[in-house]
Design a protein around this ligand. Structure first.
Ligand SMILES: [Zn+2]
Length: 139
């Protein structure tokens, strides 16, 4: 269930053992709300992990680290399952390279581009307690 208890908090590092217990619920929340990504603290869990729909299936990225971001940025219009009915414009890097632990405990590295890169940045913001609405407040 979508639950904003931890939505505005920086999430804590987790483990594949803990993350797998919330994986199915997160997929349910993402799919039933027609999302392309979801952070654990959108489902009410204080764990540093997010899921993203990729062409090969759904990947769960645990304890991600940003390795590199492109200098090129663009203004992207985004919605959010935690802010239904609203869209906001957010500046995003065109490409990002991430490292994370997957559900099998293996270290993964991948470069994301375009809409996938924007999705990754959106979910990473969530795990730091930041929503797209926050970019338009306190200015
Ligand atoms: Zn969101």
């Amino acid at each position: 269930m979508i639950d904003d208890t931890y939505l505005h908090e920086r999430t804590e590092d987790t483990t594949p053992e803990k993350a797998i217990s919330i994986f199915q619920e997160m997929i349910m929340d993402m799919v039933t709300n027609r999302g392309i990504g979801l952070a654990a603290n959108q489902s009410g869990y204080n764990q540093r992990t997010f899921i993203i729909a990729l062409p090969g299936g759904v990947e769960m990225c645990i304890n991600h680290q940003i390795i590199w971001t492109s200098k090129d940025t663009y203004l992207n219009t985004e919605g959010c399952l935690s802010l239904p009915g609203n869209t906001y414009q957010v500046t995003r890097h065109e490409q990002v390279r991430l490292r994370w632990t997957n559900l099998l405990g293996h270290t993964q590295t991948r470069k994301f581009k375009g809409p996938q890169a924007a999705c990754v940045q959106h979910e990473m913001d969530h795990l730091d307690g930041i929503t797209i609405k926050d970019y338009h407040e306190n200015k």
